[in-house]
Design a protein around this ligand. Structure first.
Ligand SMILES: [Zn+2]
Length: 379
């Protein structure tokens, strides 16, 4: 069943690549305009489908890559694909069910054996789990990849249909697909029921599930249930906190001895309420990647609070100017900002590249029209 689906999708993917962007583009509509149920909105932007990021990957052994793909629409959402050797790990799959149309072929370029060894769903919000489900029941990530170890949130408040669908398909992955296991972040932290606090992806590359109190305490904010993890390759550290808010960040700092990080996945899409000083002062990030559609009014029409917010920039600017953003709003739709972002880590260090360009946020035209770099910021 999976093999048939994979073959069909591979065919669709090949057709899209062969015919260029036209077959894959969506109709124009404003950021608040009507959306179809897949969440497809706006145009695909200027991303070149034949660009270097779309070439099949030949990873050198020992090289770790962390990819932040665009999601195929103008909505905020996370998806992070980590690869070392033949081992792939996926953290989240947003932003809408229709993002599966973009994400499944993207992941297939790098995950050529159809097996995602590790899957993490940070919390039960649509913009982090919808593409695991997909639109049709056969086009989502669970339907197209064998998932081996699935780690997700220990708590949730939402009763949304997409979270129920995610959990049903997750449980089927465990009960129907031989070899899949599911643990919550709390089970991992406790090394309970077969779960581990730390997993090795390859020699010298591992990740640790970090503790924060909302794995076992209620929060009125779903975001605070986010699974937090630290990926490590030698001295290079990479931190992922989902949409964790300030109360969760405080707990994370209190309960873990956090190191300096080469990369921080910008908290909650660059929201004014995440990536607070309490966390940043500990991790002093060198690079920050933000999964969002810059300037989209999806959540607010207050200009300075649209992602990535001015408050977020004001706080991060103290530590680094190396901020990267996947996508931006064009007002009538969306386009690539950096595009699909690839962070590469190896013995030589860590580099960041975008499929559209490598321009840091503060040097973009979007930034110059919409944000200011504080006088104390890194120059
Ligand atoms: Zn989110």
């Amino acid at each position: 069943m999976k093999k048939i689906t994979l073959a069909v999708l591979a065919g669709i993917s090949a057709i899209c690549l062969a015919c260029g962007i036209a077959a894959c583009s969506f109709g124009e509509s404003g950021p608040q305009g009507p959306q179809d149920e897949t969440g497809a909105q706006g145009s695909q932007g200027e991303k070149d489908p034949q660009g270097p990021q779309d070439e099949p990957a030949e990873e050198e052994s020992g090289e770790l890559t962390i990819r932040f793909p665009e999601l195929g629409n103008g909505n905020a959402g996370d998806c992070i694909l980590i690869k070392v050797g033949d081992t792939e790990m996926l953290i989240d799959a947003g932003s809408k069910r229709g993002s599966a149309k973009t994400l499944v072929p993207f992941i297939k370029q790098y995950c050529t054996d159809g097996i995602l060894e590790y899957v993490v769903a940070t919390h039960a919000h649509e913009d982090h789990i919808a593409a695991f489900v997909g639109s049709s029941g056969t086009d989502g990530i669970f339907a197209n990849f064998q998932c081996k170890t699935i780690i997700d949130y220990a708590m949730k408040n939402t009763t949304s249909q997409v979270s129920k669908d995610y959990e049903r398909l997750r449980d089927e992955e465990v009960s129907v697909t031989a070899g899949a296991v599911h643990y919550t972040a709390l089970q991992c932290w406790n090394n309970a029921d077969g779960a581990q606090r730390s997993y090795e992806l390859a020699e010298g590359v591992s990740f640790d599930i970090l503790y924060q109190k909302f794995y076992e305490n209620k929060s009125s904010d779903e975001n605070n249930y986010s699974v937090c993890l630290l990926l490590k390759q030698g001295e290079n550290n990479f931190l992922f906190t989902g949409d964790l808010e300030e109360a969760g960040e405080k707990s994370l700092v209190e309960k873990n001895d956090l190191p300096h990080v080469k990369l921080f996945k910008g908290g909650h899409h660059g929201s004014p309420t995440s990536s607070n000083e309490v966390l940043l002062s500990k991790i002093t990030p060198e690079n920050v990647c933000v999964c969002c559609c810059a300037g989209s009014t999806e959540y607010t029409t207050t200009k300075e609070n649209t992602f990535p917010s001015q408050a977020f920039i004001d706080r991060v600017a103290k530590y680094t100017k190396n901020i990267y953003v996947t996508t931006m709003s064009t007002g009538s739709g969306y386009a690539s900002m950096n595009g699909d972002i690839t962070v590469t880590s190896n013995a030589e260090g860590v580099t960041v590249a975008g499929s559209n360009n490598d321009t840091i946020l503060k040097e973009t035209d979007w930034f110059k029209s919409n944000r200011t770099w504080p006088s104390y910021g890194v120059v």
